[in-house]
Design a protein. Structure first.
Length: 372
């Protein structure tokens, strides 16, 4: 049992990073995770938590700063719970993430000596095409990390600047109407088509007309407004385009949040899938069917499975929009549908599961399918 106690102070050097990016040091062979610590940081830390096999702490002062440490550009960093690594140089972030994947494959997957190809880098800021913001009266922003305290923001350094313009307009509205009754707002932006959809949630919201008039003034990009799951302005969707494929996005349907990186991602899927008009592909958790439809352009047949009814409806619309007929979309849970396909000759399987990952039943079925 360690003799280290909460509020003890030690001088340490950070040796590594844990799964969430915080620093790792050792005190008397006892592992302590340091909030925001980077490899090479040296200084005095205070112990904030003690558990059976590890502790947690934070820096009180620094003797030496890590070579990877930079000044975060966002004024809300450290308060807002949206970002974790803005204090780390972007190239160092990529190295950390690459090592994280490799170590996960080794320690959890049992794949020793795995070789991860170099990460295809993204833009560090102003890339997101979607944001979810909380609203409390005249305050608009994100919850503080591990807290329900709302951090008021004027703009987000991760969001596309078109989204930040809408954030400004929403702020004008909630200042004008402080008793607005809005709890949450979701903004989605289609970069190529320059179209936006705004969704509001608020059980006490009664300013529908005022909100529509305010938000669409001088912003032709806003094509749809949804309030409490009801379409109150526009068609209910926005249009997008990717690799000569047209598609539609609704308020609740998922799409990749990094528009430019999505192009890299989908090109890699097509490269690895390597379809040549003879293969049958299975797209699990297919969403609105974008990957399925891209694969269908070069494959014999594609089957997409998705549990969200609205997404399947849009997937079928997207197929019609692009006049693609060699694709079938099935509504249901992947783990329930995939056993019915075991007699099919599936050549390629694409998985884009939710955060929890795929269940064992699904993975066992994929092994039985034995795709190329």
């Amino acid at each position: 049992m360690t003799g280290i106690k909460v509020d003890d102070i030690y001088n340490v050097i950070i040796l590594g990073q844990e799964n969430e990016g915080n620093g790792i040091c050792k005190i008397e062979d006892f592992v302590v995770f340091i909030d925001g610590g980077l490899i090479g940081d040296k200084g005095d830390i205070i112990i904030t938590e003690i558990h059976k096999n590890y502790g947690r702490g934070r820096f009180l002062n620094y003797d030496i700063y890590s070579k990877e440490r930079i000044s975060p550009p966002c004024p809300y960093y450290g308060e807002c719970g949206g970002c974790d690594l803005q204090h780390q140089d972007y190239q160092a972030q990529l190295t950390f993430k690459q090592n994280k994947v490799s170590q996960t494959l080794e320690h959890i997957g049992g794949l020793k000596n795995n070789k991860i190809k170099k990460i295809i880098s993204s833009e560090a800021y102003f890339y997101r095409n979607k944001v979810t913001l909380k609203i409390e009266g005249c305050k608009l922003g994100f919850h503080k990390n591990k807290s329900n305290t709302l951090i008021d923001i004027n703009k987000c350094f991760l969001c596309d600047n078109k989204i930040n313009i809408v954030i400004e307009k929403i702020r004008e509205f909630i200042i004008k109407f402080p008793n607005n009754g809005i709890n949450e707002v979701v903004i989605k932006y289609s970069l190529i088509k320059d179209e936006m959809i705004i969704s509001l949630i608020g059980s006490q919201f009664k300013l529908e007309k005022q909100f529509i008039e305010h938000i669409i003034s001088n912003m032709t990009e806003i094509k749809t407004i949804v309030i409490n799951n009801k379409i109150v302005y526009g068609s209910g969707f926005i249009n997008g385009e990717l690799l000569n494929l047209n598609y539609r996005i609704a308020s609740k349907t998922f799409f990749q949040v990094n528009s430019k990186q999505t192009l890299n991602l989908f090109n890699k899927i097509l490269e690895y899938g390597d379809l040549s008009n003879r293969e049958i592909a299975l797209d699990l958790y297919c969403g609105t069917g974008i990957i399925s439809l891209l694969l269908a352009k070069s494959g014999k047949q594609v089957i997409g499975i998705e549990v969200i009814e609205e997404a399947i409806s849009l997937a079928n619309e997207n197929a019609k929009l692009n006049k693609i007929q060699n694709v079938e979309f099935i509504l249901g849970k992947v783990e329930n549908i995939i056993p019915t396909l075991l007699k099919q000759n599936i050549d390629v399987v694409i998985l884009d599961p939710p955060r929890g990952g795929s269940d064992n039943k699904t993975l066992d079925c994929i092994i039985k399918l034995s795709p190329k």
